[in-house]
Structures are given as C-alpha cells and as structure tokens.
Design a protein around this ligand. Structure first.
Ligand SMILES: Nc1nc2c(c(=O)[nH]1)N=C([C@H](O)[C@H](O)COP(=O)(O)OP(=O)(O)OP(=O)(O)O)CN2
Length: 190
C-alpha cells in the first residue's frame, strides 16, 4: 500500500493552564512541524501512464493553505482561558488568529484536531484519501503521534460540528460560542 507523507512547519504560541506545569502556563512559542501520512481509501493500481495515487498538489493543497494562512503565527488557547476575554475586550480584531481547543492546547489535542480537520478537507475533495496518522513535533526533542479516531480521542465538543470537523478555514468557534463564553467569563465576548 502506498502512503503519501507531507510535512509543514509553522510558528505558534500557547499556554497550558490546567495546572500540571507552571512554566507552561506562561505564554510561549514553538516552531512546530506537522507530518501527515495519507492513504488511498481503495487499493491503488498504478495505471502505466500517470502512475499516481493522487497528484501531490491536490492531496496537500488545501491542508497546507490552512496551515500557512491560519495556523502559522496563531495563538493556541483553551476554550476556558481568560485570555480570550482579554483579546475580546482589547484586541478583538486578533481573535481570528486564536486557535481554540477543548481544554489545554497540548500537542496531543492539536494532533487530534488537525487530523480531524485534514480528514474533513479530504472528504470534501471526494474522499479518495484518508489521513492514517499524524505527528506533531512541538520541539526538536518532543513529538506526539496519533493514528486513531480523533473523535474518540478528543473531549466532547460544545458544538455539534466544531471547527476541527469542518472543511473550512476556521481555527475556532468563537463566533458561534460568544454568547455561551460571555456567560462563563463575563461580558467581554459579547
Ligand atoms: N504531554 C505533554 N506534555 C507537555 C506538553 C504537551 O503538549 N504535551 N507541552 C509542554 C510545553 O509546551 C513545553 O514548552 C515543551 O516541553 P519541554 O519538555 O519543556 O520541551 P523541550 O524540548 O525544551 O524539552 P527538553 O527535554 O528540555 O529539551 C510541556 N509538557
């Protein structure tokens, strides 16, 4: 079986506020690399002419556009992080650059959300390919890999179709969740 493997690098910042690591509660950044392994849904027999599973540009185009234009230089925060209120009150035009995860934005949750997002892109492009595994290098010495069902691994979402399941360029559901978030954290997200 053939695998198509693509890597992309992006800069990001995050902080982890659940209390397991005080140093990680301070916002800090990483240059991360995400590597995805794609497989054809049906077995591939090379045709003797084009001899491709799928054109590379088609397989990775939307995925890399999402990484380059929306994930690169984004800030990753938990949906429970009060910094969301701060941005909503003082720099609301930058909320679109914040990737919001259910609970702390660890490398584990990012890997699962990213795999779900990639599978949404691939399904919207005809479902020829599926993401079989993903790895995220948070630092040169720390890598998380994932090869299961993202829906089974992720916390229960607040919305029926959270951003990571949609084949659009979203990195949060702040628009849809603003009224609920306002109830949790005050009026800033209204
Ligand atoms: N299970 C997880 N643990 C930690 C995560 C994570 O996403 N999942 N993230 C962090 C922090 O982001 C931290 O900045 C990175 O961890 P750290 O081990 O400090 O990274 P280094 O590459 O600098 O590690 P060295 O061994 O010191 O080189 C923490 N934990």
């Amino acid at each position: 079986m053939f695998s198509l493997v693509f890597s992309r690098r992006y800069a990001m910042a995050h902080r982890l506020i659940a209390g397991l690591s005080e140093q990680c509660a301070i916002p800090h950044g990483h240059n991360e690399i995400v590597t995805v392994t794609l497989r054809a849904v049906s077995p591939t027999h090379l045709d003797g002419a084009a001899n491709m599973v799928v054109l590379f540009e088609r397989a990775k185009g939307t995925w890399h556009r999402w990484i380059d234009e929306h994930v690169d230089h984004s800030l990753h925060l938990s949906a429970d992080d009060p910094l969301l209120d701060w941005f909503a009150a003082r720099e609301p035009h930058r909320l679109a650059r914040i990737l919001v995860t259910p609970g702390d934005p660890t490398t584990e949750v990012l890997a699962a959300c990213m795999m779900a997002k990639l599978n949404a892109f691939l399904a919207a492009d005809g479902g020829l390919l599926v993401c079989a595994s993903i790895s995220v290098d948070e630092t040169p010495t720390n890598r998380v890999t994932f090869d299961g069902d993202p829906a089974a691994a992720l916390p229960r979402p607040l919305l029926e179709n959270p951003w990571w399941t949609r084949a659009d360029m979203s990195i949060s559901d702040l628009d849809a969740l603003a009224p609920a978030a306002a109830n949790l954290h005050g009026d800033a997200l209204r």
